[in-house]
Design a protein around this ligand. Structure first.
Ligand code: ATP
Length: 320
């Protein structure tokens, strides 16, 4: 093996650059060349591929987004697209690949391995919705961004005796909401994985207000409904002077936290070790602080474990 290709795919996540740097850096340390593929599988098919020089990696670990850009390219689900991608790998002499992205991107990684190009998947998504890893790259940064935003909203909620419903990302998963909500002592955290009732939340707000608690923040996972819709439904149970807020794409950007940088660095270097050992079709993760790899096929058959006990914990310790 002489050349490793790297691409980022699906939604961008802070820490993807740290992962790219780790893969390229480790490849170079092993005497290999690293090739960056721009715009995910779309760039692979188009041949938007360049050699990564060591100097290109300066100042990269601290930057959010992805220096290799990302794209959604559904055509890669079809064999025709995959074969075009393989042609480009041959043209550039790339022997193996690392794909950084979410579970959709892992499908592409598996297809390439089936076509004879060992490919390793790294979990790059703020949603934390990938099985076999305790945390995905980008999750910690997104949660910390949300916490900063929620702390600011708390100030205005407290000043005006208001209720705020703050919608956070996570697609179908509640992890971002749970971690953000516990971190700010939310009145309620509403996620797809836990049963909840609007009436109970309304009663809790009424109880809080009757007991002199001036601010109520509800952290809502986007997988449940939108903030505005929630506010409208909540107001059927009383006048809470409620406002809906959406943190939206702000939580996808920004400099990655140290945790995301270190995790991405570990996983990126490990991916190269796996490729050097002749392995492919594997998804890398960190479980109980240990680097692990699992067959991508097994991963598709598993469900990501959401730490739903965080909701109960928040209920217990935020009782007012
Ligand atoms: P995120 O969680 O941030 O959305 P993701 O990787 O799950 O990331 P997707 O849009 O689902 O995002 O997938 C990213 C890309 O992976 C797709 O645009 C496509 O190029 C490729 N891909 C998705 N599904 C398949 C598939 N079944 N076979 C081959 N390639 C696929």
């Amino acid at each position: 093996m002489k050349r490793i290709g790297i691409l980022t795919s699906g939604g961008d996540a802070p820490g993807m650059n740290a992962a790219v740097r780790a893969v390229a850096g480790k490849a170079m340390a092993e005497g290999l060349e690293a090739y960056g593929i721009n715009y995910g599988f779309a760039g692979l098919v188009a041949g938007d591929i360049h050699k990564i020089e060591a100097a290109d990696l300066d100042g990269v670990i601290q930057r959010g987004g992805t220096l290799l850009y990302s794209a959604r390219y559904p055509e890669f689900a079809h064999e025709e697209g995959q074969l075009k991608g393989i042609e480009q790998l041959k043209r550039f002499g790339i022997d193996a690949l690392v794909v950084i992205g979410g579970d959709g991107s892992y499908h592409g990684a598996l297809r390439l391995t089936e076509h004879g190009y060992n490919t390793i998947g790294l979990p790059g998504t703020i949603d934390n919705d990938i099985p076999y890893t305790d945390f995905t790259i980008g999750f910690d940064t997104a949660v910390n961004t949300n916490v900063q935003a929620l702390d600011r909203i708390y100030d205005t909620a407290h000043s005006h005796d208001r209720t705020f419903v703050v919608e956070v990302m996570g697609r179908g998963a509640g992890d971002v909401a749970l971690w953000s909500g516990v971190s700010i002592g939310a009145t309620a955290i509403v996620v797809p994985e836990v049963d909840w009732s609007m009436e109970a939340i309304a009663n809790k707000i009424k109880h809080n207000r009757a007991n002199g608690h001036r601010s109520n923040l509800i952290v809502l996972a986007e997988g449940v409904m939108g903030a505005q819709e929630f506010v409208e439904k909540l107001s059927e149970y009383g006048d809470f002077d409620a406002r809906g807020n959406t943190i939206a794409h702000m939580q996808r950007g920004g400099n990655p936290t140290a945790k995301d940088r270190v995790m991405a660095s570990k996983m990126g270097a490990y991916a190269v070790e796996l490729l050097l050992a002749g392995k492919g079709g594997l998804a890398v993760g960190i479980q109980n602080n240990q680097l692990v790899n699992h067959n991508i096929l097994d991963l598709f058959e598993s469900k990501h474990d959401v730490e739903v006990s965080l909701d109960k914990l928040n209920e217990e310790i935020s009782f007012k």
